[in-house]
Design a protein around this ligand. Structure first.
Ligand SMILES: Nc1ncnc2c1ncn2[C@@H]1O[C@H](COP(=O)(O)OP(=O)(O)OP(=O)(O)O)[C@@H](O)[C@H]1O
Ligand SMILES: [Mg+2]
Length: 510
């Protein structure tokens, strides 16, 4: 699709000299940022570079220490998101803010001036919503309760909510991180319609191919400063990666052949229900050996999440057994999963893997504080603990004020790294990694992929669940495809045929 030229020259948004400090940490350092009507601008940068902070400022969510913001040429004071919304700015956070028990329509109308008249004017609100849906190709049943919707549909509701408020600028913080490939295609169609109408989009993503596809312009942040900006047409993925990281980034990870050993994870006849009480995993059996990476491909929502949750010990099973290292796993007990030697890298890391009010060190220690290395005769070995925290912070390049900083002060990607560091450093028997590189910048992604290969070489059995087919194909020794809770097909990783896998993913058998 050709890049669109801006429809007029007055910037919609002009942020000048924005500086934001958190204590001594300068999250945004004299940032100038301009956005024009009809423009899709990608905001790039490593984890902790300051992207979310800058957008939270534009959305009136954070105050700032220096600088000014002008909207359509007029200087504004944005004291809260309410002010930003009144100025036509909408933000779609990575974690949605919808009320699950309410309907789509209710969620959209809440907080607008139509709300008071809502029950009187249900028909009017309904009609307005349908008009917007038609215009942008965003189809979601207005009467559906939000909890019954997929993540992709919920995101549509968030976008509809912003459009219902007549937002002319849409901020999207890593919108595609939670989407399946087809949902991303749909989102991009919507964004193009928005831009054609002269609305503007700020798009944050670590997926550089997407940035190349959808944006007109890129702005790159590093350590809180703008280090470069370019028209997208004048750059490429490689250059973008280099600008962000400040060095060359590897494209491919060496697969490393290892002779697989004995079975270390044995799943037999597992049947699991989802939240709606339907069978999400159906009589599922799988064996993973030491020294192999088993990739699970599939469109999300085909039972992968429920399968992982069972192994993590946070979802009950209907039937079936699991063995780790030959020992039966006590199902439904998270601690049993941890103690059996399972490294748990859940998809939803913020809710499942972290205690946000505790320190980085506490979070790094969460699952191994009783081990001999960190506790002797009932006493915690503080030297050892501190040294370990420091090593992990360095090895995983976790950007933080230090091991004693609260987890909630970390950026999204750095939170992910805390979990990955904790789990991969426990010398596990089995690594179960669901979307392990989601939300990570290019450098961290490269590092995590290497670590997974190292785990396999060390002799762990690694299970990689990922929506990213390139990631699955690039790392796995063996690939299975899940469709509607069953294994649709299996191939050897090195000889994997992308087209065949794609067909299996959509339920077409061989
Ligand atoms: N509420 C806060 N308190 C203290 N420090 C914070 C807070 N929010 C952000 N920071 C710090 O500001 C810096 C920038 O964080 P920000 O969330 O903007 O990064 P980001 O570019 O969005 O990264 P990511 O790609 O990981 O989401 C980080 O060093 C982070 O630790
Ligand atoms: Mg962020």
């Amino acid at each position: 699709m050709p890049a669109k030229t801006p429809v007029n020259d007055t910037p919609v948004i002009e942020m000048r000299g924005i500086t934001k400090r958190f204590l001594d940490n300068v999250a945004n350092d004299q940032i100038d940022f301009t956005l024009r009507a009809g423009e899709i601008c990608a905001l790039l940068g490593e984890n902790g570079a300051g992207k979310t902070t800058l957008m939270n400022i534009l959305f009136g969510y954070y105050s700032f220490d220096e600088g000014s913001i002008a909207i359509r040429g007029e200087e504004v004071a944005l004291a809260s998101p309410k002010d930003a919304i009144a100025n036509g700015i909408g933000m779609i956070h990575q974690h949605f803010t919808l009320v699950p028990t309410q309907t789509v329509l209710e969620n959209i109308v809440i907080g607008t001036k139509d709300e008071k008249r809502f029950f009187l004017n249900l028909k009017g609100a309904h009609k307005k919503l349908l008009d917007i849906q038609e215009q942008f190709g965003l189809h979601v049943d207005p009467d559906a309760r939000v909890w019954t919707l997929s993540i992709g549909q919920q995101q549509k509701v968030e976008i509809l909510k912003a459009l219902y408020r007549n937002s002319s600028v849409l901020i999207m913080d890593e919108p595609t991180a939670v989407l399946a490939p087809q949902e991303t295609v749909d989102l991009f169609k919507t964004l193009r319609v928005l831009a054609e109408q002269g609305r503007s989009v700020i798009f944050i993503s670590h997926k550089l191919h997407e940035v190349m596809e959808i944006s007109d312009r890129v702005v790159v942040l590093r350590n809180g400063r703008v280090v470069n900006q370019k028209r997208t047409a004048d750059t490429d993925v490689k250059e973008l990666a280099n600008m962000m990281v400040g060095r060359e980034v590897l494209e491919r990870i060496e697969r490393k052949a290892v002779e697989p050993g004995e079975p270390v994870l044995e799943i037999s006849d597992l049947t699991v229900l989802n939240d709606k009480g339907l069978e999400a995993v159906k009589k599922f059996s799988l064996t993973v050996r030491r020294g192999e990476i088993l990739g699970i491909a599939g469109v999300s929502g085909n039972g992968q999440t429920e399968l992982c949750e069972v192994l993590f010990g946070v979802r009950n099973v209907e039937t079936g057994t699991v063995r780790i290292g030959g020992e039966p796993l006590r199902l439904g007990h998270p601690l049993s999963s941890v103690r059996s030697g399972l490294a748990r890298i859940p998809e939803d890391r913020i809710y499942m893997g972290l205690l946000m009010d505790m320190t980085v060190e506490d979070n790094l220690q969460l699952e191994n504080h009783w081990t001999e290395r960190f506790a002797k005769n009932g006493l915690r070995r503080f030297d050892e603990i501190a040294a370990n925290s420091q090593t992990l912070i360095t090895d995983y390049s976790i950007k933080t004020d230090g091991k004693d900083a609260p987890a909630k002060s970390l950026s999204g990607g750095n939170l992910q790294k805390v979990i990955l560091a904790r789990e991969l450093s426990s010398e596990p028997e089995v690594v179960l990694a669901s979307q392990p590189t989601r939300g990570l910048d290019v450098g961290a992604t490269e590092y995590i992929r290497q670590r997974m290969v190292e785990e396999k070489v060390r002799g762990a059995g690694v299970v990689l669940v990922s929506d990213d087919l390139d990631e699955v194909m690039g790392l796995s020794d063996r690939i299975i495809v899940m469709y509607e809770g069953e294994i649709m097909g299996e191939v050897v990783g090195s000889g994997a045929d992308r087209e065949q896998i794609g067909l299996w993913m959509t339920g077409v058998g061989s």
